[in-house]
Write a protein that binds this ligand. Structure first.
Ligand SMILES: [Zn+2]
Length: 478
């Protein structure tokens, strides 16, 4: 690798920002000029005079140069996994500095050897920190069936809610061991606002392509994010990132660590060095919920009636259409008991449609997919279909040509309808990824030219890995 000597080289941008005070910089520049004069020795007096004038000009330039405007600052999200018995102290260290952090707790480990007691959860929450879920049993989520994963997702939240004494506070999840898949991501999406990965296994030297996973742009949508592995060996790298990147750029860095003093975690001295550095330099330390607020599809499981969804009818659908939420759920191992129901008896021509949709702000150019479980009742009439649909818009809200895509049609049994951006449009560039100009996406359950009764549930619109094979695409979400 060409950047072995400078692991941060991939992040460096040409910059003339001088972190020293202007006064220091001025003297430094002067010193260099004096040195060059000394080296000139007993040269021609005219040349020396000229050089002195150059020095004076240089000093004048340094003294009167414009002071850089407010320097950009990023933010740091310190996350602490597993609920170790040093974490109540860590929470206090952060609080003493006015900092917040996220603690991902494995509920089955609370009260165990070297782990914090359950009573500490409320204390940490009371200091202003975020409590996230890190499962019940700390096992690989990809090694379990959907039925086995359900308690890992849901019981941990119920336990933490009970310990905090408030419901609805646990909105972030960290994968045990980092193992995840498109299937588990979708299950998480319906339960949490964001999921944390483990980033690279150890450090980041050696992979310039993945390093950005834990150094996030401010406009990153944030549902699925990597984390920097902070340990005794990578501590110096963390300090360099804080100094060279987070202080200079509006990026968000997320770290994760475990038991203070273990080799996979920094020492107490190292932790305090990082926390002090952030405090001294005005680097905000946030919870993951504050730093990565979303957005994502709201109420994708229809458990909260039609909150978040807008119903639009066109043509003859303006008459006789009813849209409601009913007790009915596909047997996919996902949570909830409600589904969307669209009754549209008059959507018989191509200009008749029912759209149940919401708009999500995203960054273009990324691989996303829209999927939902859908079905119909009886036999719909007409030559159209019921499916999911993606419409892409630019930053002005203008529809991007060729970027309206529909998924597979409903059948009488619950089945997945999935749409990838650009996929069904002949000749479209950026197949499988959002158009680079896309900033808003309308995600919809869409009935057109098919009259009948239709159901939908478990809407997912999130980052995924585009598969070129039809079979692989069909099985992506189980
Ligand atoms: Zn863990």
């Amino acid at each position: 690798m060409s950047n072995n000597n400078d692991p941060l080289a991939i992040f460096r941008e040409p910059s003339d920002i001088d972190w020293r005070s202007d006064e220091e910089a001025t003297y430094d520049g002067l010193d260099q000029r004096v040195t060059s004069l000394e080296e000139a020795g007993t040269g021609d007096i005219t040349e020396l005079t000229t050089r002195v004038q150059v020095v004076e000009t240089e000093v004048d330039r340094l003294v009167h140069r414009p002071v850089p405007a407010l320097r950009a600052r990023g933010a740091v999200v310190f996350t602490w996994d597993d609920g170790w018995d040093t974490h109540p102290q860590v929470a206090q260290w952060h609080a003493d500095r006015g900092q917040k952090a996220t603690f991902y707790l494995t509920t089955g480990l609370l009260g165990g050897a070297q782990h914090m007691p359950a009573s500490a959860v409320a204390d940490i929450f009371a200091l202003g920190h975020e409590i996230g879920s890190h499962s019940v049993n700390h096992v690989s989520m990809t090694g379990l069936t959907a039925a086995q994963r359900q308690p890992e997702w849901d019981n941990s939240v119920a336990t933490l809610d009970g310990l905090i004494g408030l419901s609805g506070q646990v909105r972030s999840y960290a994968y045990p061991l980092g193992d995840h898949s498109d299937v588990t991501d979708r299950e998480a999406y319906l339960r949490y606002d964001r999921v944390a990965l483990t980033g690279l296994a150890q450090g980041f030297i050696g992979s310039s392509t993945k390093a950005g996973n834990w150094l996030l742009r401010p406009d990153y949508e944030g549902f699925k994010h990597g984390r920097f592995p902070w340990n005794q060996q990578t501590h110096s790298q963390l300090m360099a990132i804080l100094r060279d990147q987070v202080m200079a750029n509006a990026v968000t860095l997320t770290t994760y660590a475990h038991q203070i003093g273990n080799p996979d975690t920094p020492t107490e001295e190292q932790v305090l060095e990082a926390l002090d550095f952030c405090e001294a330099n005005g680097i905000p330390c946030l919870t993951t919920a504050e730093a990565l607020p979303g957005p994502k599809v709201v109420n994708g499981g229809f458990e909260n009636d039609l909150v978040g969804w807008t119903v639009i009818t066109a043509g003859a659908a303006a008459t006789g259409t009813t849209v409601s939420v009913v007790d009915d759920a596909p047997a996919t191992g996902l949570n909830g008991s409600k589904s969307l129901r669209i009754v549209s008896p008059n959507t018989t021509t191509s200009s008749d449609s029912v759209t149940v949709s919401q708009t999500v702000a995203v960054q273009g150019g990324r691989s996303f997919a829209l999927s939902a479980q859908i079905r119909h009742e009886g036999t719909p009439t007409g030559t159209g279909k019921f499916s999911v649909r993606i419409n892409e818009f630019d930053e002005n809200g203008t529809s991007i040509p060729g970027r309206s895509v529909r998924g597979t049609a409903s059948t009488s049994a619950w089945a997945q309808s999935t749409a990838w951006p650009g996929e069904s449009t002949a000749g479209a560039s950026y197949v499988g990824v959002l158009h680079p100009d896309t900033r808003l996406v309308q995600v919809a359950l869409y009935v057109q030219e098919a009259a009948g009764t239709f159901y939908a549930d478990h809407v997912y619109f999130g980052p995924t890995t585009y598969q070129t094979s039809t079979t692989a695409r069909a099985s992506l979400f189980g």
